[in-house]
Design a protein around this ligand. Structure first.
Ligand code: TYM
Length: 326
């Protein structure tokens, strides 16, 4: 059995990009692997958070994990800050990372753009992510495309420690889905769909009601050509919508293109509205059933115990290999 690890930041507005790039894979993988899914609250404080909102969002993500189909009987679900090994290992890895490799991270460059001085946590963020992954001897990391560079860095750090200190870490592999790996913003298909974009119609959040889903899709940016054809370079808007259609319906891009030949964007968008509404309905229902329950908190408590036991073993090995303690 392979070990799978991934995480989502509890920053609100979890959207269909997060679902199609990551959460959908989380569910697919849980039958044949040992899966550990984390709510990475320590990552979210790399930018300022309202403490009360943060706690709310942590439970929201936990409930969404379960609402999309992650089964706590099969997978471990827990909150990152409940297991101290993440922060601890992160420091040890920080001492085995270089400022040069961190400054090449495109996410850091994007997030620190226009700031005179960026928080140090934003800079070292990928090291904490590497710690998350390496702490559990993870083999597979299901994520969206935007995390590719961070996974590469994690592999580099693991290989470096294995070669220069002692064989300590499993070197993980990223796992990316074809259709959902990079869902673009509906209002601007040149940038990725994001939780923090100001325009709410740039994304479809997993808890959006049917009216909002319809509005966001119907007003999504396309082009003036009117032909439903997959060409991300020349036709990024409609290509992004076709990707979403394909990821939700399971139909290939070629089949979608064929079945909409001669039809207009309006017809295509109307059908896509129906597909997305239908996919979101059970998620919302499940979310509402679990979100306010004690059971949800109990699952996180148990998850932290299980994750903590694995992390403790790794930390013992790490400390021994590095010569820490006595
Ligand atoms: P986060 O919280 O930004 O996003 C959660 C997951 O959603 C994917 N994703 C997307 N996929 C497709 N299209 C999009 N527009 C889109 N936007 C986001 C992300 O790739 C991610 O898989 N650093 C991570 C969280 C993290 C993590 C980890 C992941 C922390 N430690 C260890 C894996 C392993 C992040 O900020 O994800």
């Amino acid at each position: 059995m392979k070990r799978v690890f991934s995480g989502v930041q509890p920053t609100g507005n979890i959207h269909i990009g997060n679902y199609l790039g990551a959460l959908k894979q989380f569910v697919e993988l849980q039958d044949e692997n040992q899966c550990i899914y984390c709510i990475v609250d320590l990552h979210s404080i790399t930018v300022p958070q309202d403490p009360r909102e943060l706690r709310k969002h942590i439970l929201d993500v936990a409930a969404l994990y379960m609402a999309v189909g992650i089964d706590p009987e099969k997978s471990i679900i827990f909150v990152q800050s409940d297991v101290s090994g993440h922060a601890e290992l992160s420091w040890i890895l920080t001492c085995n990372s270089y400022t040069g490799e961190l400054s090449r991270m495109t996410q850091f460059k994007d997030k620190s753009k226009g700031r005179e001085s960026a928080p140090a946590g934003l800079f070292t963020y990928p090291i904490l992510m590497a710690a998350d992954i390496l702490l559990y001897d993870s083999d597979i990391v299901p994520v969206g495309n935007d995390q590719k560079q961070h996974i590469e860095l994690c592999r580099d750090i693991a290989i470096r420690v294995n070669n220069t200190v002692k064989k300590t870490f499993v070197v993980p592999e990223g796992r990316f889905l074809k259709a959902g790996a990079r869902i673009m913003a509906l209002d601007d298909p040149s940038s990725k769909m994001s939780k923090s974009a100001e325009n709410i119609h740039s994304r479809i959040s997993l808890l959006d009601d049917d009216g909002k889903i319809k509005k966001s899709i119907m007003r999504a940016t396309t082009d003036s050509e009117g032909e439903i054809r997959f060409d991300p370079e020349a036709k990024p808007g409609i290509s992004n919508l076709m990707n979403i259609y394909s990821a939700f319906s399971g139909e290939s891009l070629e089949d979608i293109q064929t079945s909409y030949s001669g039809k207009g964007y309006g017809d295509f968008k109307k059908d896509l509205v129906g597909i997305v509404q239908e996919a979101m309905a059970p998620i919302k229902k499940n979310f509402n059933e679990i979100r306010e329950t004690q059971e949800l908190k109990d699952i996180l408590t148990l998850g932290a115990e299980k994750a903590g036991a694995i992390a403790e073993k790794t930390m013992k090995r790490v400390k021994e290999n590095f010569g820490l303690g006595f």
